[in-house]
Design a protein around this ligand. Structure first.
Ligand code: ATP
Ligand code: MG
Length: 424
């Protein structure tokens, strides 16, 4: 029998209190930004019917072929899956609750996603995404809005080392034309295709261009360009998107090779990448998915245009740390130490008063002498120690000692204490 304690599953991380300030800061900025743009939060379950993802992401994709955590519900035999992404669930929820009858919807979600990948820096098996979905908008204005919103987020987070790449996949008709040209090209290079590519040659040739195998680089570089097969409406859509982005002062690069790893995209696709995180350089990715709502509803419902993005929170936070250097931490304002029966009661009153005044105050628990309590106060990172002994109780006052600067102890009345701590 192993004597080792039980450990977390590989690739599934604990987020510890020392890291949490960064997460909470990020979450707060996201919440305010989404609200400022009129995107409303939606929270979906973490587990869905497997079929939802197979239908939407596509059967011949990395996610569905190799990365999903799927399992049988032993009670009823259903095939269930831990969500690998949020778009499919978000669309399912909007349909199930008839949100679209009320008109188009700007929505956003955040939370853990699960993919069975090889864990490495920036690639985990449980990771977090923030995603925004604009359902019922044909764009390209909304496509631009989503991109502009990302740019503003980077700015608010102090991130500057990101590049924007945009591309277009055209309509399904122009993709079909491109597909046949691509297959002809790849067939003429059969010997040089790797296993994945050979297998996908007829089922999903476009995906071959998304290969990360360096040996496939040359073939991919020489392949026919989707941009040359595009329909006029999609080209106009793409031109207008670029115009809005330029008007908004955004730098971008058109990447004709941008192929997203999910099947449901059409027209606009985009990625935000950085050179600062090694191989896992894509921090945010998205695009337009006009056919997905119809595909998920499965009722022959009328088409609902839509566009969205998802960002990898771990990668964004890593980039924040790269850009800002240190992780700030949240410290208490006061640590209240006390000794003696009367002082104990007075201490409860003091912490309540400090907290009611909007301060973060820790009450020392667990007894101990003044010296030992003072050491705890120091270790807590608090800015002030608030000291209460018999003297203080009798005088109806408290002693305050700054812990982060070489200043002396002060004795003040209860009413002044909170003000004094706030001012400093
Ligand atoms: P990659 O090419 O890195 O595998 P992807 O195309 O599979 O990414 P999407 O499905 O577009 O990723 O997900 C959006 C974002 O979520 C990615 O750009 C990335 O920042 C993040 N992400 C995806 N998979 C992981 C993972 N396993 N661990 C951490 N973050 C991830
Ligand atoms: Mg992937």
């Amino acid at each position: 029998m192993s004597t080792r304690g039980i450990q977390a599953i590989r690739g599934m991380n604990d987020i510890l209190p020392d890291q949490i300030y960064l997460w909470e800061f990020f979450e707060e900025v996201v919440r305010d930004l989404m609200a400022a743009y009129g995107y409303r939060n939606i929270r979906m379950p973490i587990v869905e019917q497997t079929d939802l993802f197979v239908r939407s992401i596509g059967a011949v994709t990395d996610i569905v072929e190799k990365e999903m955590y799927s399992f049988l519900d032993h009670l009823n035999g259903d095939s269930l899956t831990l969500r690998p992404e949020g778009t499919a669930s978000c669309v399912r929820a909007a349909l199930e609750h008839n949100l679209l009858y009320a008109g188009p919807q700007r929505l956003y979600y955040s939370g853990p996603m699960f993919r069975h990948e090889r864990p490495q820096k920036g690639r985990y098996r449980q990771f977090h995404q923030v995603g925004a979905e604009a359902l019922g908008y044909a764009g390209p204005d909304i496509d631009a809005e989503l991109i502009v919103m990302c740019a503003e987020l980077w700015k608010k987070l102090g991130i500057s080392d990101v590049r924007l790449e945009i591309g277009t996949l055209g309509s399904s008709a122009s993709r079909a034309l491109h597909r046949s040209r691509l297959i002809r090209y790849l067939e003429s290079h059969l010997g040089k295709l790797d296993d994945d590519a050979s297998r996908r040659l007829h089922s999903n040739p476009l995906r071959i261009l998304d290969s990360k195998n360096p040996e496939m680089r040359d073939i991919i570089d020489g392949a026919p360009r989707l941009l040359d097969d595009l329909d006029e409406d999609s080209l106009a859509h793409f031109d207008e998107l670029q115009q809005i982005l330029r008007d908004q002062g955004l730098d971008f690069e058109v990447n004709p090779r941008l192929v997203r790893g999910l099947d449901y995209y059409n027209r606009t696709v985009f990625e935000w990448t950085t050179g600062k995180l090694g191989a896992q350089g894509t921090v945010c990715a998205g695009g337009r998915y006009d056919g997905l709502v119809e595909q998920i509803s499965g009722k022959g419902a009328s088409a609902v245009a839509a566009c969205g993005f998802a960002m990898g929170v771990e990668r964004v936070l890593a980039l924040m740390v790269e850009s800002c250097g240190t992780i700030p931490r949240s410290v208490p304002d006061a640590y209240v130490i006390h000794q003696g029966e009367a002082a104990d009661g007075f201490a409860w009153k003091i912490v309540r008063h400090l907290r009611d005044s909007g301060l973060k105050a820790i009450l020392h628990c667990g007894n101990g002498g003044f010296k030992a309590q003072m050491r705890k106060a120091d270790a807590s990172g608090a800015r002030f120690a608030v000291i209460i002994g018999d003297d203080e109780v009798h005088a109806g006052e408290i002693s305050i000692k700054p812990l982060r600067e070489a200043a002396g102890q002060m004795r003040v009345g209860l009413a002044e204490a909170a003000d004094l701590i706030k001012r400093t």
